[in-house]
Design a protein around this ligand. Structure first.
Ligand code: SAH
Length: 199
């Protein structure tokens, strides 16, 4: 937590939410000694749980308020999901690897975290049945901004995603109340890529 703060995350609600989530319970018991170091760790199926700093950074940009409907693409270990729930969001989360989906659903429920919906499916398509969303977060590298997700963002909504191949720019996309799109570019990160289509 001190490390994240030292790296420049100032949003107190975000820091507190992260402080309430037991990260060691989201990773393989064999790696638990590393759970509170600021680094990404493997979660199986060649995927990783994001570095705490990255989770803090993206969550700060997202500006989540209690009661917001948040769509998360890439459930992974469920760690980011838990942080969003701690902020009082109603979370809809999509994962396209069945093993991770099954494992994480069980884990979140065991830890008392209840997203509004957990869906096994293709995040590029979003989750149109429950749209629009106040906030959308993509937790894997997107080669381009998925159009369907922009459509599912409410007017006044915010979407945060790592954009690009190789290394990514953290991008915040804002849909104005009039429906215009503005984008802001932040620091560079390296994420595993979004997988195309459904497994
Ligand atoms: N938020 C996660 C980090 C996940 S890593 C955590 O806190 O642990 C990115 C995740 O996105 C992986 O679980 C990967 O399987 C998933 N993913 C990749 N492509 C996807 C797609 N097209 N739709 C939905 N999820 C996808």
């Amino acid at each position: 937590m001190e490390t994240i703060r030292a790296k420049g995350i100032r949003d107190r609600r975000v820091l507190e939410a992260i402080g309430r989530v037991p990260r060691h319970l989201f990773i393989d018991p064999a790696l638990q000694d590393y759970a509170y170091e600021d680094r990404p760790l493997p979660i199986g199926s060649e995927q990783t749980i994001s570095q705490p700093f990255t989770v803090a950074y993206m969550t700060s940009l997202l500006q989540v308020e209690p009661g917001h409907k948040v769509l998360e693409i890439g459930t992974g270990s469920g760690y980011q999901t838990a942080v969003l729930l701690e902020l009082g969001a109603k979370v809809y989360t999509v994962e396209r690897i069945k093993d991770l989906y099954d494992e994480t659903k069980e884990r979140l429920h065991r830890l008392g975290y209840y997203p509004e919906r957990m869906v096994y499916g293709d995040g590029y398509k979003g989750l149109p049945v429950f749209a629009p969303y106040d906030r959308i977060i993509i937790t894997a590298a997107a080669p381009y901004i998925p159009e369907k997700l922009v459509e599912q963002l409410a007017p006044g909504g915010i979407m945060v995603l790592p954009l690009g191949q190789g290394t990514q720019d953290m991008v915040r996309l804002i849909k104005t109340p009039e429906g215009e799109i503005r984008t802001e570019t932040y620091d560079k990160f390296t994420f595993v890529p979004l997988k195309p289509g459904k497994a």
